[in-house]
Write a protein that binds this ligand. Structure first.
Ligand code: PAF
Length: 286
């Protein structure tokens, strides 16, 4: 595996690969890799000639009161996972290499951001879209891999690729789950044993809400209220949001048809857990 830190060097490598008609699978990450990242890397390895992964904690996507400095980092561990999963090029630039001059141009995401996690993180998705625009120009991937657990990020990337005409195929990989349905996340280690026992309620609630939506004839506001009340009665979790929206537009559902996302965020003590399910509703089969 080659480690590259210089952005232009990486661009030179990808340009050469593209000339040779090689397919490039790209997995952008901020490091501190876990099983969810492994699933992305495995899919990229299966579907492409060459796999490039970036490990870069992007300051642009952190707000002034967010945890940029304490964001977990363990490059030696990430390198080991990259080797195990067959990564060909590991891109690990410094902040100075990625942003050598004060920025005069940024990408601003105008829609899909004022809901779910975006509501409490103003500017976050602008930072994500800006760094991805840079990364896409450097890596020139054929396929780019994201986890469905960060469904709002996937929706934003969907818009970025479509509206900026990037010739890149977006591959969204299913969330990796524990036996009780809890989505795997590095944040789960912050749960106490009692909270861990309770945390399966996120996926259970999403699944029950999906059943109600499939049945049809449901009042969305009532459904939301019932789900939030049952989570807060049955566990110590405090619901931050429980939303039912169209996907990937992330707009209000007016009709129970098409692609729908049910998304949830729950605070358990020191851990804020998020999860979602995305599925098709077909009103002709009801
Ligand atoms: O999901 C992440 O880890 C980051 O938001 C990403 C896509 C690598 C951009 O910095």
């Amino acid at each position: 595996m080659n480690i590259v830190t210089n952005p232009l060097k990486l661009q030179e490598i990808s340009t050469r690969l593209k000339k040779d008609q090689v397919t490039i699978g790209f997995v952008p990450t901020m490091g501190y890799l876990h099983e969810g990242h492994r699933a992305l890397l495995k899919a990229a390895r299966d579907q492409n000639d060459i796999v490039i992964m970036s490990v870069f904690v992007n300051p642009l996507q952190f707000g002034p009161n967010e945890d940029l400095d304490s964001y977990p980092r363990d490059f030696e561990h990430d390198k080991q996972i990259a080797i195990e999963e067959g990564v060909d090029y590991l891109f690990h630039p410094s902040v100075e290499e990625m942003y050598p001059v004060p920025m005069s141009v940024r990408v601003k995401v105008e829609r899909r951001t004022n809901c779910l996690c975006g509501r409490s993180r103003p500017g976050h998705f602008d930072g994500v879209a800006t760094v991805l625009t840079k990364l896409f120009h450097l890596v020139q991937p054929t396929n780019v891999y994201f986890g469905k657990k960060d469904a709002q990020q996937v929706a934003v990337v969907h818009g970025l690729l479509e509206e900026f005409h990037f010739p890149i195929n977006l591959v969204a990989i299913n969330t990796v789950r524990e036996e009780d349905g809890l989505a795997k996340s590095s944040r789960n280690i912050r749960l106490t044993p009692k909270e861990r026992d309770e945390a399966g309620i996120l996926y259970k609630s999403l699944s029950l809400a999906r059943i109600e939506l499939i049945k049809g004839n449901v009042n969305l506001a009532e459904l939301k209220k019932t789900v939030i009340a049952s989570i807060e009665n049955e566990s110590s979790g405090k619901v931050d949001y429980f939303e039912i929206l169209t996907y990937p537009q992330l707009e209000t559902v007016n009709e129970l048809t098409g692609t729908i996302i049910i998304a949830i965020a729950v605070q358990f003590g020191k851990a804020r857990l998020i999860d979602n399910i995305i599925f098709e509703l077909d009103n002709t089969s009801r």
